[in-house]
Design a protein around this ligand. Structure first.
Ligand SMILES: CC/C=C\CCC/C=C/C(=O)SCCNC(=O)CCNC(=O)[C@H](O)C(C)(C)COP(=O)(O)OP(=O)(O)OC[C@H]1O[C@@H](n2cnc3c(N)ncnc32)[C@H](O)[C@@H]1OP(=O)(O)O
Length: 281
């Protein structure tokens, strides 16, 4: 068995088989010849992360983690122009405290599995990726974004009147540095692919039709490093952030539930949702 922190040598299976498994909101295609799984989010219209999607995400990753043929995952979207719109705001509006708690625990669980994965994880960001969408991307080992100035990525929570939790902030800081994170989070900034590349929020920007092929090529480079050495290094780099959430998990849930239940926060989220709906009509 693998713990989120454990280290496990994956043996690639040589075969030409492609295996697929699909849930309601996640589909996975596993290529046994390469050891790479392509995991696609497919929740129209914008891949917003609801309880079901988060649960399926965590289960799919868990399945791949224990699959000895799988050494790497490319995370992408089946929805054109959108990677993920972040957390489903309707999960944080007008529900009761038990629901908020369950939702937040599912988000934590998904993140512990993704960020703590022993596999090589590459985000193929083929569309907009605000807030929780950005969290998914920065939790991967490498980020490739489609070159389209209409797409944005960043932690824009403050624009909704909410606050990115400490573990979002920690990995953003690890990715782009303290000063850039401070400014970015306070202002709730969303970056174009070119600007995201400049600050190191993504690692590469490529033509839209090259995102997946580039992800496969990068995966091959990462596979050239012996798994055990790469995994031990990843674990050493990420363990403090994982431990911090595990240690403070219940307090983090309590804090989220109490914050999101406030009347003023509910009002802010409702106004934001109305603004989104108006924009769309
Ligand atoms: C103590 C800690 C406390 C709190 C921490 C909480 C952390 C929160 C993290 C988050 O992730 S919050 C979510 C932040 N997300 C956003 O701000 C993105 C909002 N969406 C957009 O900007 C755009 O929708 C888009 C993703 C850029 C796509 O634009 P497009 O024009 O293609 O689509 P449209 O805007 O028309 O949306 C279609 C449809 O989808 C609904 N929608 C969009 N985003 C969300 C969402 N995140 N949750 C729920 N629903 C969403 C939108 O209202 C439209 O619905 P309609 O068709 O019924 O009008």
């Amino acid at each position: 068995t693998l713990s989120p922190y454990g280290v496990h040598q994956k043996h690639g299976q040589i075969s030409n088989q492609r295996r697929q498994f699909s849930n309601t909101y996640i589909s996975v295609e596993m290529d046994d010849a390469t050891g790479v799984a392509v995991m696609k989010m497919k929740r129209p219209p914008v891949n917003s992360l609801n309880l079901e999607l988060l649960t399926e995400f965590a289960i799919s990753l868990e399945k791949l983690e224990i699959d000895r043929g799988c050494r790497g995952v490319i995370l992408t979207s089946a929805i054109p122009k959108i990677f993920s719109a972040g957390l489903d705001i309707t999960e944080m509006c007008g529900k009761n405290a038990d629901h908020y708690g369950e939702f937040w625990r599912a988000l934590q669980e998904m993140w512990l599995k993704l960020y703590g994965s022993n596999m090589v994880t590459i985000a193929a960001i083929n569309g907009s990726s605000p807030a929780g969408g950005c969290l998914l991307a920065v939790s991967c080992d490498y980020r490739i974004m489609a070159d389209n100035k209409k797409y944005t990525i960043g932690l824009n929570e403050t624009q909704l009147g909410i606050v990115a939790p400490f573990w979002f902030k920690d990995i953003m800081t690890d990715t782009i540095g303290h000063r850039a994170t401070e400014r970015s989070l306070e202002l709730g900034m969303l970056y174009s692919p070119t600007d995201a590349l400049k600050i190191g929020l993504v690692d590469e920007v490529v033509a839209e039709d090259k995102v997946l092929s580039t992800a496969s090529a990068v995966m091959a480079q990462w596979f050239a490093v012996p798994d055990h050495a790469r995994q031990l290094t990843k674990s050493m780099m990420r363990k403090p952030n994982l431990d911090r959430l595990v240690t403070h998990r219940e307090a983090d849930i309590k804090n989220f539930v109490s914050f999101i239940s406030r009347d003023s926060i509910q009002k802010s989220l409702q106004i934001y949702m109305e603004m989104l709906k108006k924009k769309g009509s």
